[in-house]
Design a protein around this ligand. Sequence first.
Ligand code: MEV
Length: 444
Amino acid sequence: MKKEQKIVHGFSKKSRDEKLNIVTEKHTNAANALSLFKSFHHSDSKMQSLLEEFSENTISNFPLPFCICPNMLINDKAYMVPMVIEESSVVAAAANSAKFWFTKGGFKTKIIDTEKIGQVHFLWKDDITILQQRFAELKERLIKDCFDITENMVKRGGGIINIELKDLSDKEPHLMQLYATFETIDSMGANFINSCLEQFAATFKQWQSSQKECTKDGLEIIMCILSNYTPNCRVKCYVETTLDQLDNIVPGMNGKEFARRFRLGVRVAELDPHRATTHNKGIMNGIDAVVLATGNDFRAVEACSHTFAAHTGKYTSLSHVDIEENAFRFTVEVPFALGVVGGLTTLHPLVKLSLELLENPSATELMSIAVATGLANNFSAVKNLVTVGIQQGHMKMHLLNILKQLKVPESRKEEVIEHFKDKVVSVSAVRNLAERWSLIETTN
Ligand code: MEV
């Protein structure tokens, strides 16, 4: 018989400890679960309260490694880049690449633009020519009525850039949109944009009802929301060197051969969406880690970059290689919106510290840092893939994790690492060896 499922009422109104009890009481080892959750509470109760305020229904904290990628030379400035990420090989890969490019001019970036986008989606059931012909007048009013919201942003050099009318009624009866562009300077701008859009909708309704040819139900607002796809908030980043500088990047391989194979590795990602997805994931490894460490919205960054990767109608690589005579250039171009003010930037102490470590960059400088870290990761990944294979680097970190998981004594780890230098790493292979060498208790 199907077990009756009960709805939980008023969970959010309970205290944190009441929530903890409700969640853990049905666990097979309730006391253990409760104490594990509690063990992750911050020892400073003020800090714990602060962390709990970031989200609804918080019962504990979920720590992720806070790592540093040293030697990131970006536009001639050396950074220690904070990266928050759980995947074991990502920071090592970025650091490797950063060190390699440090002596070859480092990463160069160019901000293409910083324009953000928001839309008011609506149905227009009256005569469309009324709206089209009077749009200039409406637009002026939309901008004017937002003055209270935009005043400070305008003082900082930002605000509403433009509002266009788009007609989608050939795809869905009466469907149209106000397509607005914004400059939000150092903030990601989500709240600012959404507030402007909601004000647009209110003004638009008033305006429509004041047009004598318009009908009572002629305008139906569907929704007002920013778009996380910001193709014109975009940054380009590249590294370049001569082919001979690539000699022995992998022992025994000359630079020309390495560059040829590297280009092919990237070419596959340009041509095949399956490979492109993994290739771009490798870029996002670096970008997301910086985005997380600086308290930015990694879901927005992910959504934006993948939409851009498909903007030609076919999902493809975000990075590209050019080899001309003796010159090798590796470039990535990707849009995303970051902020260095507002949001978590002053609230979360580690986010604040990340930004301080980066010497409080502007939003565009942070875009450069994030994209360069993405390219660093992408370079390492493709380099390994087309030469020694991915497992060699990955497996070293994987092996360390397995050793920890099996509780192999610290003093004996080196011997195991040495043993697996030229062997395939798997949990069972490591366990078998550790048991054979009596480093751990046998399982059966
Ligand atoms: C793993 O997190 C990322 C890679 O798969 C990226 C790639 O294949 O290019 C190594």
